[in-house]
Ligand binder design. Structure first.
Ligand code: HEM
Length: 487
């Protein structure tokens, strides 16, 4: 859009953004995170022998662990970011998506993909045990069976994989079209979004086809490591940072401090991130030069991350008070601080010295929660807190509930992170001192109880959010005496 363009020449917001669809994506995301957290609590209860579901196969921790992680990645995070994309891409490019009908198709297809994955995880093994299913699998040479496959985040059954990949191609086409048609500048946000469309497609293909069909042994292991890590780094991270580059300048009403540093961040991520994945499998038979390469690029990416965080902190300079008064901005900056902590932690834990102690311990689980919940989910909740008043055309019912949501989530995840980190150190020492396995399990018990309560805090925050949303949507209670300042 030329600088001479007047407000009348700009396309109308209603012609660009389908607000109903953004709402649908957000509601779907909220449903999936509710299921995921329930799964987390079921597992946490089981680990401390407090589970009311003992002996019920369908409620076993093994199945619910997969539901927990898949519902978070493909349910909550993917749906929420697709909602954000439906809002942000047309507004940034001043072009509608390629096709609204396609957007709706993608919405329903995505729900079908997530729900069939969940069904395969829950009832797949039971189905597979039926003689007629077993004989069909044998007849048609289906080595993977109908249920989930044994690769974290690659559990999507083999019959869902091609559909999911096709869905990702449609998502890319739908959003790349307005970007290609745009006559305005290619904002840093759009760089990140474009990269995410391409990388996510490639990452999904790598993790869901190569280990199943083409590779075996350590090669399959190496690719699996790349897949798990790239799913976070090349799907969630560029969508997350792209969203931050979009929303923070809008809220602060000023540009990002340094465009040059933004580019360092983007290209640093593009260059170093894809090399890191094997750090999940240090001390394995994967060739050492690959392990060392992964370690060095992991440490390198921390420097890149530092430049991005410095850039955002410098942008905030002079407006720090807004983090107190503006709740969405608080979610964003809290997520950035957690991002810095988790990446700094990564630079330490990736060294072989550190790995000797914490490999396969709960340290890693603590790290995973800080990244997935403490960073990306915080950004998503910040976006929801910012957008829902616009999508529903009314202020939040209660600022207090918004505050409770934030504080219970932030404190809960930080406790979980500290608790599991400490548990990991203890477990490492138990194992390296060659004590019986039971000793480490007994020693972990207090940490696992603490994890449960930290999880309940996070869940409590979520309940506050959902209640607030419900009250906000109710016409009779929609007016708030203290509206949440969203911008
Ligand atoms: C209600 C709170 C939660 C509880 C009680 C909880 C509990 C758990 C438990 C028990 C595990 C399995 C750990 C193991 O295998 O030893 C786990 C794994 C995991 N959780 Fe959660 N969780 C919660 C919320 C979340 C949220 C909100 C997210 C992301 C947004 C998340 C992301 C993950 C991930 C990525 C893993 C896999 C970790 C790994 O493989 O290292 N969790 N969680």
């Amino acid at each position: 859009m030329s600088s001479a363009a007047t407000a009348e020449q700009l396309p109308r917001h209603e012609d660009l953004v389908d607000e109903r669809l953004v709402r649908w994506w957000f509601f779907a995301a909220l449903l999936y995170i509710a299921v995921s957290m329930t799964g987390g609590i079921i597992m946490a209860l089981q680990l401390i022998h407090w589970s009311p579901f003992n002996g019920i196969e369908l409620m076993s921790a093994g199945r619910w662990r997969m539901i927990h992680t898949n519902a978070v990645a493909y349910g909550f995070i993917a749906c929420a970011f697709l909602g954000v994309l439906e809002w942000a891409v047309p507004r940034l490019t001043l072009q509608p998506v390629m096709s609204r009908k396609l957007s709706y198709f993608i919405f329903f297809a995505w729900q079908a993909i997530v729900l069939s994955t969940a069904a395969a995880i829950i009832i797949g093994p039971t189905l597979q045990a039926q003689p007629w299913v077993a004989s069909l699998s044998e007849k048609y040479h289906l080595p993977m069976g109908l249920g989930a496959q044994g690769l974290e985040w690659g559990e999507t059954p083999f019959w869902v994989d091609p559909v999911a990949l096709f869905g990702l191609a449609l998502v890319a086409a739908n959003f790349l079209t307005p970007i290609a048609k745009s006559k305005g500048p290619t904002y840093v946000t759009l760089w990140y979004f474009m990269a995410a469309f391409v990388w996510t497609f490639l990452t999904y293909a790598m993790g869901n086809f190569l280990p199943e069909y083409a590779l075996t042994g350590t090669s399959a292991g190496a690719v699996s490591g790349l897949f798990i890590h790239d799913l976070v780094g090349l799907f969630v991270t560029p969508l997350g940072w792209g969203t931050m580059y979009y929303i923070v300048p809008i809220i602060l009403k000023k540009p990002i401090w340094s465009h040059g540093l933004s580019l360092v961040g983007f290209w640093g991520l593009a260059f170093f991130y894809p090399l890191q994945g094997i750090h999940h499998f240090l001390y394995t038979p994967i060739p050492m030069f690959l392990q060392y390469g992964a370690i060095i690029s992991t440490i390198a990416v921390e420097f890149v991350v530092a430049t991005v965080v410095i850039n955002f902190m410098a942008t905030l300079w002079g407006d720090g008070r807004q983090v107190v008064t503006n709740i969405p901005l608080r979610w964003f900056y809290c997520g950035m601080i957690f991002y810095f902590i988790t990446c700094f932690q990564c630079a330490l834990q990736v060294t072989l010295t550190f790995q000797k102690l914490i490999h396969f311990t709960d340290w890693v689980v603590g790290h995973a929660h800080l990244v997935m919940f403490g960073v990306f989910s915080m950004w998503i909740f910040g976006m929801m807190t910012y957008l829902f008043p616009r999508l529903l055309n009314r202020e939040w019912h209660s600022r207090k509930l918004c505050e409770w949501h934030f504080w219970l989530s932030a404190v809960g995840v930080f406790i979980m992170f500290l608790d599991l980190g400490l548990a990991g150190v203890f477990q490492g020492y138990y194992w390296s001192s060659l004590q019986p396995w039971d000793a480490s399990v007994n020693g972990s018990h207090p940490f696992w109880v603490t994890r449960l309560f930290a999880g309940l805090m996070i869940f409590g925050g979520f309940v506050c959010f959902v209640c607030n949303l419900y009250m906000t949507t109710r016409p009779s209670t929609a007016t708030s005496t203290v509206p949440v300042p969203a911008t």
